[in-house]
Design a protein around this ligand. Sequence first.
Ligand code: DX5
Ligand code: ZN
Length: 220
Amino acid sequence: PDAPLLAPSLLSADFARLGEELQMLESTGAQVVHVDVMDGRFVPNITIGLPVVEGLRKATALPLDCHLMIVEPLRYAVEFVKAGADWVSVHQEADPHLNRTLAAIRQAGAKAGVVLNPGTPVETLVDLVGDFDFVLLMSVNPGFGGQSFIPRVLDKVRRLDALRTERGIPFLIEVDGGVSLKNAADLVRAGADCLVAGNAVFKAPDPRTAVSGLLGEMAK
Ligand code: DX5
Ligand code: ZN
């Protein structure tokens, strides 16, 4: 299989210096940039919107992975693709019409993903396999960076990995929340292809060293 991907989350970056933070990331070996979009309704926090994504797009060639923590994601998903997102994911819990939303994202030209909160079983996706390009498993309750990793996600990764093998339909498994040097190797061994890391990168004394440490764990 391909080398696992690391997606640093800009939520923990310095919002006054996003361009410099992106340049720093480009020099690290991290392959994807994770962008947390929150609307103050699906989650109790408001963060980044379309104009910021447009700005990020101009400032980096790295793929932008937009994690939409918003109600009624179909209203905005295609707009995020137009703003420059390469990957767009929407929460299962926020969307009664996932098949429609995922198709719209793909048609707009981006990879389409479904996000599951810690309490949402992976089995809710069995009838959507083939309709998404990736699944993002939350290993914290969405809304804030810097929370503790919920270890039960490891079992969810294994069950999703089994599901794709059984169906013979490929999709990526991404994990988000509390990822650190302590759990990165276990997550990849369980079947994760992409790890999001906010605090573990941007609150580290040296983010470059933090990225190489995480990539080293992921290669174990
Ligand atoms: C949480 C966000 C995460 C967050 C991860 O709602 O979806 O992407 O930035 O931050 P850490 O790695 O600090 O848990
Ligand atoms: Zn996220």
